[in-house]
Design a protein around this ligand. Sequence first.
Ligand code: THU
Length: 124
Amino acid sequence: MDRELLEAALVARERAYAPYSKFLVGAAVRAASGKIYTGCNIENASYGLTVCAERNALFSAVGAGEREFTALCVVGDTEAPISPCGACRQVMAEFKVPRIILANLKGDMKEYTLEELLPYGFSL
Ligand code: THU
């Protein structure tokens, strides 16, 4: 299951558009429906418009009608498993993603809960 999610994130990573940072990231989220949605980071010459892989995966799923998720996996070429940015953690919190699997290209994988990644996060 998690292996399939990681494979999907790795495939998505190959599609990253990161000509500025050259740092490719892939993400895959599994919806309660069982379907997997993927995303990669997409950069822009106006740097602040860049959107991370995790948000692209989640937004693609939500845009397809999904609201509930069972797990999200993100992968990058980092020494330790990649650590998602604060903005992406907040978006994961919005959709209450229960399991967040962080990985790197060496095959290191570590699972976290939302509470571990975003303690005392903002919500309405
Ligand atoms: N990035 C992601 O896509 N996800 C992360 O978890 C960390 C950072 C992207 C944003 C930017 O395109 C590049 O990585 C360098 O920050």
